[in-house]
Design a protein around this ligand. Structure first.
Ligand code: UD1
Length: 419
């Protein structure tokens, strides 16, 4: 069982290139199923969730493997349309394969995606979108049996701008005849990346980044290459680590415009932040200050994935900061672990109130989920003494190599396998 040991209290200094985005590569790997040929992905992060997607692709009969830093998928040989329970449970975004497999094969058999770690995560919008396009979906004994001999483009209105449902509707729309219009679509930058990938393959997709996305199946798809966009939440993690521990870091290969709602509270807390198109420079020279309330919201609002991470940076700030989690019901599971390190946080429902403390102390803590785990690493950077992080497999779902990256910024962190 791997654990991370962090010796905290060291200022950070250094430069880092940000890895490719998990939330971009996963739907793109599902989308690669749409083309009976080759898709080459550059800047693809090596993550547990990517390996899980590769296993799904291979199960479906596709060829998928690494060639250096590129991930190459050949979906010409797809010969199955089912995804077994074990693979579906590995990650929630396995759900995106449903729209893609349905579009390519006209049928799909999957089980419900894995348990919930952030509160209930319904899939009603995914299923409603596919049904609108003409899919017949039967839900029985935890599995979904879907059939669509012929899907027809239509208007799909989402009651909430779900990222996954928008992606599933886009992928299924690529298999439908006619025009599909997705209203109240998610506007996350990763949706734009998916649009670019689909367009590169030959489909006609426009509007990503706005609330209305229009999808029209391309007459003929072709082999393509695509570069995965940088991971904005990984970037936030390393900026927060420097803000928490103090120091000066430069992140490269990241579009600062995707991070404006996070950079602004970091500035408010007392960090100096300078950004150019693909570079962010952060200097934290003094103890941070409490900030105005943070309310998570769909993009372009403050990302729910950055909530725990920013919270961890502010634990030793002067004054009080308030967080309101509006996207997921149960996204404060990291709080009890932070409290073990000496943090003062009160949670009531969707609200967490953080009162800055003078000192955090290293402690044995357990990662509860991906971003909660990253938050513990950030707090460990600022704490006096050694923090031992267990259950780091959560972190490895979304970070290529967190210890490697933090070491590049001057942190004392090591990974040990305790057997
Ligand atoms: C994606 C991201 C995840 C991020 C989240 C919100 C990926 C792989 N994951 O997750 O990191 O935290 O967006 O930015 O991209 N909802 C429904 N019905 C549905 C689907 C969703 O009510 O059918 C609700 C959810 O309960 C939640 C909200 O919509 O309250 C947003 O969820 P959604 O955008 O779907 O998140 P994911 O796509 O699962």
């Amino acid at each position: 069982m791997e654990r991370f040991y962090i010796e905290g209290g060291r200022r950070l200094a250094g430069e880092l290139e940000v890895q490719g985005a998990k939330n971009s590569v996963l739907p793109i790997l599902a989308a690669s199923v749409l083309h009976p040929g080759q898709s080459v992905l550059h800047h693809c992060p090596r993550l547990r969730d990517v390996e899980a997607s590769i296993r799904i692709l291979r199960h479906l009969g596709c060829k998928a493997g690494w060639e250096g830093d590129d991930l190459v998928v050949d979906a010409a040989t797809i010969d199955r349309m089912d995804i077994p329970d074990g693979l579906m449970r590995e990650m929630r975004s396995s759900m995106t394969f449903l729209g893609a497999v349905l579009a390519r094969c006209g049928q799909a058999l999957v089980s419900m995606p894995g348990g919930c770690e952030l509160g209930p995560r319904p899939i009603d919008l995914h299923l409603a979108a596919l049904r609108r396009l003409g899919a017949d979906i039967r839900e029985e004994g935890g599995s979904l049996s879907c059939k669509a001999d012929h899907m027809t483009g239509c208007e799909i209105a989402l009651h909430t701008p779900s990222v996954g449902a928008t992606e599933n509707a886009m992928l299924a729309g690529c298999g439908a005849e006619g025009v599909t219009v997705i209203c109240n679509a998610a506007r996350e930058p990763e949706i734009q990346d998916l649009q670019d990938f689909l367009a590169g393959m030959g489909h006609h997709v426009t509007g990503a980044g706005s609330s209305t996305i229009v999808v029209e199946r391309g007459g003929h798809t072709h082999d393509s290459e695509h570069t995965i966009m940088p991971d904005r939440i990984v970037a936030v993690t390393y900026l927060a680590a420097a803000a928490a521990a103090g120091g000066e870091v430069v992140l490269r290969g990241i579009d600062y415009r995707h991070l404006s709602t996070v950079l602004s509270p970091l500035r408010e807390a007392g960090c100096q932040v300078r950004s150019q198109r693909d570079t962010i420079h952060l200097a934290a020279k003094e103890r941070l200050r409490g900030i105005a309330p943070i309310r998570t919201a769909p993009y372009p609002g403050f990302p729910t994935d950055a909530q725990a991470i920013l919270m961890a940076a502010l634990l030793q700030g002067k004054g009080t900061s308030v967080f309101v989690e509006n996207v997921f019901e149960n996204r404060y599971r990291h709080v009890d672990e932070l409290v073990r390190m000496g943090a003062d946080i009160q949670v009531e429902g969707r609200v967490a109130v953080v009162c800055g403390v003078e000192r955090l102390s290293g402690a044995p803590v357990r990662c509860t989920d991906l971003r909660g785990g990253a938050a513990l690493a950030v707090a460990g950077m600022a704490a006096q003494g050694v923090t031992c992080l267990s259950d780091v497999h959560h972190i490895q779902r979304g970070y290529e190599d967190l210890p490697r990256d933090l070491r590049a910024l001057g942190a004392a962190i090591r990974c040990e396998d305790d057997g």
